[in-house]
Design a binder for this molecule. Structure first.
Ligand SMILES: Nc1ncnc2c1ncn2[C@@H]1O[C@H](COP(=O)(O)OP(=O)(O)O)[C@@H](O)[C@H]1O
Ligand SMILES: Cc1cn([C@H]2C[C@H](O)[C@@H](COP(=O)(O)OP(=O)(O)O)O2)c(=O)[nH]c1=O
Length: 207
C-alpha cells in the first residue's frame, strides 16, 4: 500500500520568511526524492482562493465573521487539495494553516480561543499537521522585511505594532504548548542559515 504523505506547515508573522522557506523546504524534500506540493492559506484551492480575495480585500470584516470565512476556506483547501495529495503519497507544505487563525483572529483580534477550536473541530475533524515550523523574529524586523518585498501592504500588514506583537506572542505560546507538533525556528539569520536549520529539523522529525 502506498504510504501517506506528510503535512508540514510554516507559521509566523508578516515577513518572517515563510514563503521563502516553504520554497526552500520543497526543494530540499524534492532532493530527498519525495513528491512535494507547495500550497498556501488563505487559499490553495479555487474556492478558497476566491475567499482569500474577500479576506485580504480592503473592506474588513467582523473578527468572528473573519474566523468563519478563514475556516470555510481551510475546509475547501483540506478537502480539495491537501487530503487527496496526502493520500496519493505527496508531501504537502503549506504557507500558513490553522495556527494563523489562533494567532490573528484569536490573539490579534480577540476571538475566543474556545470558539476557534470549535470551528477547527467542524472544519478539520481532528486533522492536524505532522509538523509545524514556527518562524520567529522581532516584529520590527518582520515589518521591515515585508515592506522591502515591494508589494502593496495587505489589510493585516497595515495594522499597528501592538497587534503584531500579540501575533508574535501568540505563535510563541502555541509553539510552547504543543512541542510535539511544533518546532520554533529563529528566523533572524540569513535565508540560507534558516533553510539549513529547517532541513535538519525536518530530516530529524520526519525521517
Ligand atoms: N532570512 C532572511 N533574511 C533577510 N531577508 C529575508 C529572509 N527571508 C526572507 N527574506 C526577505 O524578506 C521578505 C519577506 O519574506 P517572505 O518569505 O515573503 O516572508 P513571509 O512569507 O513570512 O511574509 C522578502 O523580500 C524576502 O526575500
Ligand atoms: C491563514 C490566515 C491568514 N491570515 C492573514 C495573515 C496575513 O496577513 C494574511 C495572508 O496574507 P499573505 O500575503 O499570505 O501574508 P504573508 O506573506 O505575511 O504570510 O492573512 C489570518 O488573519 N488568518 C488566517 O487564518
Amino acid at each position: 500500500m502506498q504510504q501517506r504523505g506528510r503535512f508540514i506547515t510554516l507559521e509566523g508573522g508578516e515577513g518572517a520568511g515563510k514563503s521563502t522557506q516553504a520554497r526552500r523546504l520543497a526543494a530540499h524534500l524534492a532532493a530527498r526524492g519525495l513528491p512535494v506540493l507547495l500550497t498556501r492559506e488563505p487559499g490553495g484551492a479555487p474556492g478558497a482562493e476566491a475567499m482569500r480575495r474577500l479576506l485580504l480585500g480592503g473592506q474588513g470584516l467582523d473578527p468572528v465573521a473573519e474566523a468563519l470565512l478563514v475556516f470555510a476556506a481551510r475546509r475547501d483547501h483540506l478537502v480539495t487539495t491537501i487530503r487527496p495529495a496526502l493520500a496519493a503519497g505527496i508531501w504537502v507544505i503549506s504557507d500558513r494553516f490553522a495556527d494563523s487563525t489562533r494567532a490573528y483572529q484569536g490573539f490579534g483580534q480577540g476571538v475566543a480561543q474556545a470558539a476557534i477550536e470549535q470551528l477547527a473541530a467542524v472544519a478539520l475533524e481532528g486533522f492536524a499537521p505532522d509538523l509545524t515550523l514556527v518562524l520567529d523574529l522581532p516584529v520590527e524586523t518582520g515589518m521591515a522585511r515585508a515592506r522591502g518585498r515591494g508589494v502593496a501592504a495587505d489589510r493585516y500588514e497595515r495594522l499597528d505594532t501592538a497587534f503584531h506583537q500579540r501575533i508574535r506572542d501568540g505563535f510563541l505560546g502555541i509553539a510552547a504548548a504543543e512541542p510535539g507538533r511544533c518546532a520554533l525556528v529563529d528566523a533572524t539569520p540569513g535565508a540560507d542559515a534558516v533553510a539549513a536549520r529547517i532541513a535538519t529539523l525536518v530530516d530529524d522529525r520526519l525521517p
